[in-house]
Design a binder for this molecule. Structure first.
Ligand SMILES: NC(=O)C1=CN([C@@H]2O[C@H](COP(=O)(O)OP(=O)(O)OC[C@H]3O[C@@H](n4cnc5c(N)ncnc54)[C@H](O)[C@@H]3O)[C@@H](O)[C@H]2O)C=CC1
Ligand SMILES: O=C(O)C(=O)Cc1ccc(O)cc1
Length: 306
């Protein structure tokens, strides 16, 4: 595999930043990896884990880097750019991994200097774990990486920058697609954001009920509920930022979800077995399609216990 970058910088060394660092090294996508995190404890841990050159100053951390990957929560992207932008080299490519695209695009296009290329992105790969210890090199293997290139950027060189970001993710094992940011946010509201909201809600509700049922909820957790608790264990800061920044699309999809849920409620109340059966049957077929599309292939240590 060809070495595709001489020097990259990763800002934010959590699950995603640490996974990119490990994967870039393991698959030869970068020669030198410079890392920065606003939290000094995370920087100390990243040094212990030997993830690359951990640098205490954000401007120095991006200096001379051809590619800068922003791996902080969506609500911290602007702050991260403000802290490092003076250090960006002319012609550098800046990309991000935020789970929401439109809000990040509008926040960062205003902030970034005109002499860099911004190529927004989002890996559809992750786990419920966070922090540098959670990162692993195979996280992106055979997963989708969505790029949402800026339609308004018609500078010569922008297209080549997008291609280079694509090549980087392919080197990490991902399949790459391009999409417009608005479409991305609607699709992700359906396949990721709403499912997480439902999981947070059902688990928090069960926790409320637990005071009534005296720990029976935990004791008798069936596997369906356990699956929800895995998703609900995801980082609260990250998910708060997702919902604050993908407000419109999530509210739209949530409205539809609530209507359909009310229809189910009515079917149960009035004993409409056919309505229930038809919906469950459709849902079951969807599972088959998802498996056939290969999006359920677990990473080697997927879902491992922390
Ligand atoms: N966790 C997941 O499964 C996935 C997360 N994402 C996206 O990736 C991004 C990072 O998520 P994770 O790695 O899971 O989070 P994480 O919580 O594991 O790591 C985030 C890191 O960013 C650091 N940070 C926060 N503000 C900062 C700032 N201003 N400057 C520098 N560092 C700062 C934190 O100290 C923390 O170490 C988020 O935007 C998230 O939406 C994308 C795909 C999957
Ligand atoms: O752990 C899971 O089930 C996930 O869904 C991981 C995930 C979380 C957030 C993203 O933006 C993309 C992937």
């Amino acid at each position: 595999m060809a070495m595709i970058y001489d020097r990259i910088a990763i800002i934010g060394i959590g699950l995603i930043g640490a996974s990119i660092a490990r994967a870039a090294r393991e698959f030869g996508a970068a020669n030198t990896i410079q890392l920065y995190d606003a939290n000094p404890d995370v920087r100390a841990r990243a040094r212990e884990l030997d993830l690359g050159e951990v640098i205490d100053d954000p401007e120095e951390a991006v200096a001379k880097a051809e590619l800068v990957v922003l791996c902080v929560p969506v609500g911290a992207m602007a702050e991260a750019v403000t802290a490092c932008k003076q250090g960006l080299k002319i012609g550098a490519i800046v990309t991000d991994v935020g789970s929401v695209k439109q809000a990040v695009v509008s926040a960062l296009t205003e902030l970034l200097p005109t002499y860099v290329y911004f190529v927004p992105g989002h890996p559809l790969a992750g786990t419920e774990h966070s922090g540098p210890d959670a990162g692993f090199a195979s996280l992106f293997h055979n997963r989708w990486q969505i790029l949402t290139p800026l339609p308004g950027d018609e500078r010569e060189g922008y297209g080549a920058a997008v291609d280079q970001v694509e090549e980087f993710w392919r080197a990490l094992g991902a399949n790459v697609d391009r999409m417009d940011p608005e479409r991305h946010d609607v699709v992700l509201a359906v396949v990721s954001h709403l499912p997480h909201l439902i999981a947070f809600n059902i688990v928090a509700m069960a926790e409320d009920l637990e005071s009534v049922t005296e720990s029976e909820v935990v004791k008798y957790s069936a596997s369906g509920f356990r699956d929800f608790t895995r998703i609900a264990a995801s980082d609260p800061t990250m998910w708060r930022d997702v919902f604050l920044n993908n407000r419109e699309a999530v509210l739209e999809v949530l409205g539809r979800f609530s209507e359909d849920l009310a229809a189910l409620q009515r079917a149960i109340r009035w004993g409409e077995g056919d309505t229930l059966y038809d919906l469950f049957d459709r849902a079951r077929r969807m599972r088959r399609e998802v498996i056939e599309a290969g999006q359920d292939t677990p990473a080697p240590n997927w879902g491992r216990e922390n």
